[in-house]
Ligand binder design. Structure first.
Ligand SMILES: [Zn+2]
Length: 360
């Protein structure tokens, strides 16, 4: 999804920056006939210029302490798009509060406004809500949010976590839809975008585990072929599969940190895949997991070696080595082009390790 990022850094809510872990999503609609993102979003190059000077990149939009995470509406080119104005890990000031509390704060919800038009244009309605559903599906996947926790502002009020507003269902009603229809649309999106496995084509069969997969134990799990329940401390950790024996019997052994081994048989229906062995290998190759690393020294063999700010040739050059001297490398990284980089002990930056000789 091509999401516009235009953080409203002047908004007091952005400045307050209260951290959150998204638990759900609140859908709003603006209640004003203006379907253009530029009305709310300060990003003239992407959404067009706001000539009324009333966008939300100000301390208090229209004098109110309000801010949502995103808006959906027309961009500069007349495409219906999402524009995020807050990072999704800080609380927004959206839904107000109800008798039980507020989704603005713990349990905090991601909240966005769909820009309303005059509520009579079916095409715009369809487009705007379909972009919203796609956006929600993406958020559900990214943050593990259940579609049950997608609510309209009106529902948030009924549940006791928002102020008494009718959006967005007052708009949906005109086209004979409600939030249940919207949640179904999100579910459909989630189904359509189920990831194919890396061989391409067919989606991975559910509950197929391999040796080396990292899993967690779910539900009222018992040991395989026994009625003895699996203790909470086991369920609280992640475990590597040691062996797949038979169709359903799986032996989990080492925990993620490698500090315990339990060698326990368990029915695969109680296991949830956290990371496949294949993914883990890929992580290793791309340098994501840093194994225990011991600094070492290198002798520079090239006449000139540039020092970069980051392990990336596109980053800023911060220096040059032309003495063919000996330097200490304290960290390694592999960039996207598979080039290996080493960080200099001095902290000045990084050098590529192709023109050096490792000493010890
Ligand atoms: Zn609302």
């Amino acid at each position: 999804m091509d999401i516009i990022k235009a953080h409203a850094k002047k908004n007091l809510c952005y400045i307050a920056a209260q951290k959150m872990t998204p638990k759900g999503i609140v859908v709003h609609s603006t209640g004003a006939n203006n379907p253009y993102l530029k009305r709310y979003v300060d990003a003239p190059d992407k959404v067009g210029k706001n000539t009324g000077n009333n966008h939300w990149n100000v301390a208090k939009p229209n004098g109110n302490m309000v801010c949502v995470h995103a808006f959906i509406g027309y961009d500069r080119d007349g495409r219906v798009r999402v524009a995020e104005i807050l990072p999704l890990d800080i609380c927004c000031w959206g839904v107000g509060s109800g008798k039980k509390g507020s989704y603005n704060f713990d349990p905090a919800y991601i909240q966005f406004e769909i820009c309303e038009d005059d509520l009579s244009n079916r095409d715009y309605y369809k487009k705007a809500f379909s972009v919203a559903a796609e956006y929600c599906a993406e958020l559900c996947r990214k943050y593990g949010i259940s579609t049950k926790n997608i609510v309209g502002h009106c529902e948030a009020y009924r549940k006791g976590y928002g102020s008494n507003h009718a959006d967005p269902e007052h708009w949906m009603k005109k086209f004979h839809e409600d939030m249940d229809d919207f949640r179904s649309a999100v579910k459909k999106q989630l189904k359509n975008t189920a990831k194919p496995d890396s061989k391409g084509g067919t989606a991975k069969k559910e509950n197929t585990f391999l040796k080396g997969d990292l899993v967690s134990v779910t539900g009222n799990a018992v040991y395989y072929g026994s009625s003895e329940t699996i203790p909470q401390w086991v369920k609280a950790q992640k475990w590597y599969i040691k062996e797949v024996s038979g169709e359903n019997r799986i032996i989990i052994d080492a925990n993620e940190k490698g500090t315990a081994s339990i060698c326990s048989p368990i029915h695969k229906k109680y296991l949830k895949l956290i990371k496949s062995a294949k993914e883990k290998k890929q992580d290793k190759a791309s340098g994501k997991t840093n194994k225990k690393f011991a600094p070492y020294t290198v002798k520079i063999t090239a006449d000139q070696t540039y020092i970069f700010k980051e392990p990336d040739q596109k980053s800023q050059k911060v220096g040059k080595i032309s003495d063919k001297g000996v330097y200490t490398i304290v960290k390694e990284k592999t960039d996207s082009a598979r080039s290996k980089w080493g960080q200099l002990k001095s902290g000045v930056g990084w050098i590529r390790l192709c023109n050096v000789k490792k000493l010890r």
